[in-house]
Design a protein around this ligand. Sequence first.
Ligand code: AMP
Ligand code: MG
Length: 316
Amino acid sequence: MGKVLSVAEAVNALLDGQILGLPTETVYGLGADATNESAVAQVFKAKNRPRFDPLIVHVPTLAAVRDIAELSEAAEQLFLAFSPGPLTVVLPKKNTIPDLVTSGHSTVAVRIPAHPVMLEVLHSSGLYIAAPSANPFGFASPTTAQHVLDQLGNLISGVVDGGPCSVGIESTIVDMSSGVPKVLRLGGMALEQLERVLGPIATQLSSSNPNAPGMLTSHYNPGIPVQLFENREALLAALQLVDADTIGILYWGETITHGTGFNLSERRSDTEAATNLFKGLRVLGNTQVAQIFAHLLPENGLGRAVNDRLQRAANK
Ligand code: AMP
Ligand code: MG
């Protein structure tokens, strides 16, 4: 229980119907054989995840996408442009994937991840791996193997340590199951990049709508209240009015010296801020501060996805 596994051990455990932590470039996943209903049921149970919140299925190749989903011409173009990578595509599902994985929907969310260790597990097991983020439901997603062991260690067979996640936030989800592409979740693939292939694209980020059941408005809970500010200046002004020693500050740019700070990116890079976001929420959540002050990033590139996570973390 709760140990670090080699790739060979992980493959055997997955083939045996066990569940375990796996590295991807976005966040660590809690993986199970997607075709094994009892393994998938264990994933929902370990995470305390409601059964109405479907799982993403990870596959190694475009051929494998075709095994589990109906691939339209436009969806194929998306995979060719951006996979492997932090992009999940929702497609009409085939019967190879049990209804439990997709929460009874007629669609399945599919991703070809870019992490070499995850690809090795996929290739050498020959499995399709259902994997939500490896955190208890409602909490920050894990970006290191240790985060997985800290939160789920005694509920899983172990974790494969693939190092810290390079992207650091979950995949962008695009629904290609109907004629009109829709972004259901902002994530590690910037909207601007998708639009270069798809043209202007609608977003339908939902709280509890059936198209993205997992997108609950409250999520990524660091254990203490999070107060959000429009920008760094507004945060600094608010800090003047309180006892700064009781505040954890999540920010970017030049170092802020009062209070307990976590700098997401000194050089104000949206990709670096995304990589560090969940670590920052965890680090500040584990200090003695009573609450976290965080400021939003400019709404472009991965700044949009970071802001989305901050807003959900700030919601009660
Ligand atoms: P997680 O892997 O924990 O980041 O969550 C995966 C998310 O993918 C879910 O919360 C859903 O919002 C989304 N998802 C998975 N399957 C589908 C689907 N068939 N249709 C729409 N969204 C999906
Ligand atoms: Mg999640």
